[in-house]
Write a protein that binds this ligand. Structure first.
Ligand code: VG1
Ligand code: CO
Length: 543
């Protein structure tokens, strides 16, 4: 087996976005594309010599082939050892855990997360560091710079590694360990939660439906919920990971998890419903007739965390991404906890978690997590809810009503405008940025802007500054709107508009969200000139 140095030319790599690099699968499959990006990663982290890496993905189309390439490149770059999930599978949180558990130097996670998979859909690759978390911006900037100047990559000329077989093998001088993707993760979950209480809940007849959306969480949910905790057989649906996720979007929200929503809103609903995304880091929580917004879910978990063994000593602090509603801030205030507002993307929570400043964190996009790993963790969030339900012996709807009556309610919604021509989306944003300073005092649709800014974040741990992280508009009516462009799409631009408003009078806690938010929504359409710039005000997805 010889190491080959292959000459190559720079790729049109684009900057890794919110979560790694995402492209159409066919682009990743172009000769040299994946190789260029992987070599750019090795070069950015100071090479692979003597290092240990974790590798796995969400099982989407091209997963297995890409892993073989990365293995051969890791060997050629001098890596000492690689730990791979059997069949090439690892959920993002499980990969994060394996990096930490094995003191690895980092990991390659192959996923485009909630984006659809298949030859004509999306593929993605992200690199996580030794703390188990997504590479910080400084490192992704370096990777990007390397993709533009790269002239060669290294690869070992060798046959494929058998990823179906558990155990050890050699690839050149590199040791390859194929591990069960679930077992270490399951042990971690058992160390956090009261599995006895959750088992007793299921034994009492409690019914749940977990929709794995044909993505990577299936094997984890089957093993833990049905196998270990005794949820009745068939509780986990769409449990077998498929290369195209069965043709759907593995995005756990009421739009893409329609079947689950339909069941949970029906008369024969289970007691508890949940779903996860492509790579297993997101979660959707829904009770009988009661959908829980991710922002509210984070707040409820923060308020009830002390009921879960791993958090019974209390929380160090909490954090949310900027577009996430202020619901968790209210809990933090009541509990006297420090709370942080970070830019979108899990990489911004890493320093706060590492420094012990926060224990729980989350995003409006259905990502919730804690300091047990350095990624958001879908199944962990589901187990948090189950543990809390088991202790409180109340329904999801009762828990929500109780929460709002204590803290008030932050009505919340996100509107996505997808596949907008990039020049139009950019013009909408840049026009609004140019008008930002003059906005306070402006009225539209009966709503008056009280303040407006562009979010910038200065990391409290290392002082690094991240600018241009979204536009914020506050209204005199106690509402807030946020606009930003997605960093995970692969087609044109996606404009995300986030709207929230706070109420705390008892009579207003059970209103229709769309009705409550309509005045502000329409005001934003006017102020940001949606019709003029993109020719529409109807979003593709509302969550
Ligand atoms: C989206 C979400 C963001 C999340 C990111 C990665 O990013 O809004 O909250 O961290 O996806 O999640 P964007 O830039 O498209 O808004 V995952 O589960 O897709 O890795
Ligand atoms: Co994901």
């Amino acid at each position: 087996m010889t190491v080959q140095t292959v000459n190559t030319t720079p790729i049109d790599g684009q900057k890794p976005g919110t979560s790694g690099l995402r492209k159409k699968t066919r682009v990743f499959m172009e000769p040299g594309f994946l190789e260029n990006f992987v070599q750019s990663i090795f070069d950015a982290i100071g090479g692979g010599q003597g290092k240990t890496f974790v590798i796995g993905g969400d099982g989407r189309y091209f997963n297995a082939e890409a892993i073989q390439t990365i293995l051969k490149m890791a060997a050629a770059n001098g890596a000492a050892r690689v730990i791979v999930g059997q069949g090439g599978l690892l959920s993002t949180p499980a990969a994060s855990h394996l990096i930490r558990l094995n003191n690895a130097d980092g990991g390659f996670i192959l996923s485009a997360s909630h984006n659809p998979g298949g030859l004509d859909e999306d593929f993605g690759l992200k690199f996580n560091g030794a703390n188990g978390g997504p590479a910080p911006e400084k490192l992704t900037d370096e990777m990007f710079a390397n993709t533009k100047s790269i002239s060669s990559y290294k690869v070992l000329e060798a046959g494929d590694v058998d990823l179906g077989q558990l155990g050890e093998s050699q690839l050149g001088d590199m040791r390859v360990t194929v591990v069960d993707p679930v077992s270490d993760y399951e042990a971690l979950m058992a160390s956090i939660f009261d599995f006895e209480a959750i088992s007793a809940l299921f034994a009492s007849g409690f019914r749940m439906r977990f929709d794995a959306m044909h993505a990577v969480t299936g094997p984890y949910a089957k093993a833990i919920l049905e196998g270990r905790l005794g949820a009745r057989a068939g509780s986990v649906v769409n449990a077998v990971p498929l290369p195209d996720f069965g043709g759907g979007h593995p995005d756990p929200n009421p739009i893409w998890a329609k079947d689950l929503m339909a069941e949970m809103m029906s008369t024969d609903a289970s007691d508890f419903g949940a779903a996860s995304d492509g790579d297993g880091d997101r979660n959707m929580i829904v009770g009988k007739g009661a959908y829980v917004t991710p922002s509210d879910s984070l707040a409820v978990l923060a308020a009830n965390a002390h009921l879960v063994p791993a958090y019974k000593g209390g929380l160090a602090g909490v954090a949310r991404s900027m577009p996430t509603s202020a619901a968790v801030d209210r809990v933090a205030k009541a509990k006297g906890l420090e709370s942080f507002e970070t830019p979108t993307g899990w990489k911004f929570f890493g320093n706060l978690l590492d420094a012990g400043r926060i224990t729980l964190c989350g995003e409006e996009s259905a990502g919730t997590g804690s300091d047990h790993v350095r990624e958001k963790d879908g199944l962990w969030a589901v187990l948090m809810w189950l543990n809390i339900l088991a202790v409180r012996k109340a329904s999801v709807a009762e828990i929500m009503t109780d929460h709002w009556s204590r803290f008030g309610r932050d009505y919340y919604s996100r509107l996505d405008f997808e596949a907008v021509p990039s020049d139009q989306a950019n013009a909408l944003m840049s026009d609004l940025i140019a008008a930002l300073d003059a906005l306070p005092g402006t009225a539209a649709n009966g709503q008056t802007v009280s303040a407006a800014d562009q979010f910038a974040y200065s990391d409290p741990v290392d002082g690094s500054l991240s600018e241009g992280q979204g536009l914020r508009l506050w209204f005199e009516s106690d509402a807030r709107a946020v606009l930003r462009l997605s960093g995970t799409g692969t087609q044109g631009a996606t404009i995300r508009l986030y709207i929230e408003t706070y109420v705390d009078d008892a009579a207003s806690l059970a209103l229709d969200t769309a009705d409550v938010l309509a005045p502000v929504r329409n005001a934003v359409f006017e102020i940001a000139k949606f019709q003029h710039h993109i020719g529409r005000t109807t979003p593709d997805v509302v969550t």
